[in-house]
Design a binder for this molecule. Structure first.
Ligand SMILES: *Cc1c(COP(=O)(O)O)cnc(C)c1O
Length: 409
């Protein structure tokens, strides 16, 4: 390879590969081992003392896991990465490694349900306070700032209304006040957005979603500076134990080879379907940053290359009709998660965002009538036909009964 920085598509396939000792295997072997044998006692001692490089025990590091970490660091254009057992192990690893009792964290409203539960229900038990804000402008962040604020946690686009936050605003604010910035980049993947471009310190992913892309793994990744990743690996990951299994890392490495073409197709199909939904009389509102009508549209082509594969929409229907709509789906599977080859449909209020109380949910802008779909890799013609027959089902229900349409819920 010449000195030119390779493109992301090439990085997905080649970065992180260690070529030695694999008998020339094209695909890196899976090191499915719990521990590593030392040549002698002195070597064991040297490895533990950090005087000699080499593996010790898989909770502390593994060659298959390392390949995934190096690849993710290259994709996010940061120094290093730590792979984790789940996306939540990445969130908790990033947060807990740098906060202690007496600290304060500012987070954006409507974060992923379990991230919300960690920040608002678990952290206070350990003496860490949290304030949720919209993060629409600097004043709002300034107002939330306290003398003990240490970290800002953001997710963009925010699930499930796909609101886009301004990463430059967040990066600048954190730099000005010497705070650690953390961004959950799960919905975009590094193909569409690299938060380090805006000075973000720590990027986390649920690798369960687009990175793996095949619906057969739960995992996460934390990407940051060499120094911070070392801290995370030597504290919370090592001592709390949320490290990834080598087999899961190997499956994600396989998934990553096709990430660029998968993401491109997810985005293209999602835009087609978002436009279809926007034109449908039974849909009150479509949340998709690829649509001109959406708040996030102005960030397309700059902060984010495209809008991703997840769409939220408000159905003009009663709760019963909404459930009938979901139940009528034949091609879409009724399931949480996203970024898979299969298209998925779910109801955030009763599923992904159920860790919120109803009051918290409404304050975060998650209505009872909101439906979230993750567009897979099927033909858009077939997906639209499936949605159409589900809308027709509601029409049929209405003509069967005298029920009148209102807002769902
Ligand atoms: C799924 C998800 C998580 C949690 O990841 P798991 O792999 O399920 O633990 C965190 N953040 C976002 C945005 C997610 O979609």
């Amino acid at each position: 390879m010449n000195n030119k920085q390779p493109h992301q598509d090439t990085v997905c396939i080649h970065a992180g590969k260690q070529k030695d000792g694999h008998h020339g295997a094209l695909t890196s072997p899976l090191y499915q081992t719990s521990t590593f044998v030392f040549d002698n006692a002195a070597q064991g001692a040297a490895r533990f003392a950090g005087e000699e490089p080499g593996y010790i025990y898989t909770r502390l590091g593994n060659p298959t896991v390392r390949e995934l970490e190096l690849k993710m660091a290259a994709l996010e254009k940061m120094e290093d990465a730590a792979a984790t057992a789940t996306g939540m192990a990445a969130v908790s690893g990033a947060v807990l490694s740098f906060l202690e009792a007496g600290d304060h964290i500012i987070a954006c409203k409507a974060v992923y349900g379990c991230t919300y539960a960690l920040l608002s229900h678990q952290l206070p038990k350990w003496g860490i306070e949290v304030t949720f804000v919209d993060m629409d402008n600097e004043e709002e962040l300034e107002q939330a700032l306290r003398s003990n604020t240490k970290m800002v946690f953001a997710e963009t686009p925010i699930n499930p209304n796909l609101k886009v936050l301004d990463l430059e605003l967040i990066g600048d604010f954190c730099e000005k006040h010497d705070l650690i910035s953390v961004v959950d980049n799960t919905f975009m993947s590094p193909m569409l957005q690299t938060p380090v471009d805006y000075g973000i310190d720590i990027v986390i992913h649920s690798a369960t979603k687009y990175l793996n892309g095949h619906g057969d793994v739960v995992a996460g990744v934390i990407v940051s500076s060499k120094e911070r990743i070392e801290t995370i690996k030597l504290t919370i990951l090592k001592d709390v134990g949320g490290t990834i299994s080598p087999h899961d890392a190997w499956l994600i490495l396989r998934g990553l080879k096709t990430l660029p073409i998968r993401v491109e197709r997810h985005c293209k199909s999602a835009l087609t379907i978002a436009e279809y939904l926007e034109s449908h009389p039974m849909v009150a509102e479509v949340y998709y940053p690829g649509l001109k009508s959406h708040q996030g549209y102005k960030f397309i082509g700059s902060q984010m290359k495209a809008a991703g594969g997840v769409i939220g929409f408000e159905l003009m229907a009663t709760l019963e009709e909404g459930q009938a709509f979901i139940d009528a789906m034949q091609l879409f599977s009724i399931a949480v998660s996203l970024g898979d080859a299969e298209s998925l449909i779910q109801h955030p209020a009763s599923m992904t965002h159920s860790p919120y109380t109803q009051e918290e949910r409404l304050a975060a802008g998650i209505s009872d009538g909101l439906i979230r779909i993750s567009i897979g890799l099927e033909s858009t013609d077939d997906l639209i036909a499936d949605l159409q027959q589900a809308f027709d089902r509601i029409v049929a229900l209405r003509s069967d009964s005298v029920s009148t349409a209102g807002n769902w819920g």
